[in-house]
Design a protein around this ligand. Structure first.
Ligand SMILES: Cc1cc2nc3c(=O)[nH]c(=O)nc-3n(C[C@H](O)[C@H](O)[C@H](O)COP(=O)(O)O)c2cc1C
Length: 177
């Protein structure tokens, strides 16, 4: 199987930590080292047929980036690169980090925004997950009663993250197999 590319945005490092765990878990034979999206070009992403893509949510339901107040450029600044890009034939598994207690009305919205943007570019997705076990009022990351990827809440449910991640990795690995 072709190598898997891992790309993430982050401000305080949680999403980088998840990316590193995924890389360690899947191993060098299967996936390349995770890359912060602020250092990536669209061709870097298009080099892979299978991608794992992660983001936190900042502002009030925004992608990380200078408008949302993150300390460096991130997904917000990368998004214009997706205009006209062709991801048909690519398989993407998304993960998102958020804070369901602090932002119950915008929980992991950026995950949903990445889903919409890559779906518009023709990508296929794996790794949808159930919403049970989370408490929130609204999220752009919910489609047909499911999250469009893995959702981790390091602010309120840190103790659940490892199991959620392991279960999700098994799920996406069997979807690729
Ligand atoms: C200023 C600020 C705004 C945030 N806005 C949201 C939000 O709208 N929705 C959400 O689910 N989480 C929100 N969060 C929570 C972060 O997404 C969460 O802490 C995440 O784990 C940070 O990931 P990172 O360490 O990769 O940057 C916000 C956090 C901060 C500090």
């Amino acid at each position: 199987m072709a190598k898997v590319g891992i790309f993430f945005g982050t401000d305080t490092g949680n999403s980088r930590k998840v990316a590193k765990t995924i890389h360690k878990q899947l191993g060098d034979a299967l996936c390349d080292k995770p890359v912060n999206i602020q250092k990536a070009s669209i061709d870097d992403l298009l080099a892979y047929d299978v991608l794992i893509i992660g983001t936190p949510t900042y502002g009030e339901g925004e992608l990380p980036g200078l408008t949302a107040g993150t300390s460096t450029e991130s997904w917000e600044e990368f998004m214009p690169n997706l205009a006209g890009a062709d991801f048909s034939g690519k398989t993407i598994a998304l993960y998102g980090l958020g804070d369901q207690e602090g932002y119950p009305g915008n929980f992991v919205d950026a995950l949903g925004m990445l889903y919409d943007a890559f779906a518009d570019c023709g990508a296929n997705f794996v790794g949808f997950t159930g919403t049970e076990g989370y408490t929130f009022t609204a999220s752009k990351a919910v489609l047909d009663d499911q999250f469009v990827g893995l959702v981790l809440d390091e602010d309120n449910q840190k103790e659940l993250s490892d199991t959620r991640l392991q279960d999700w990795l098994q799920q996406i690995e069997s979807a690729w197999a």
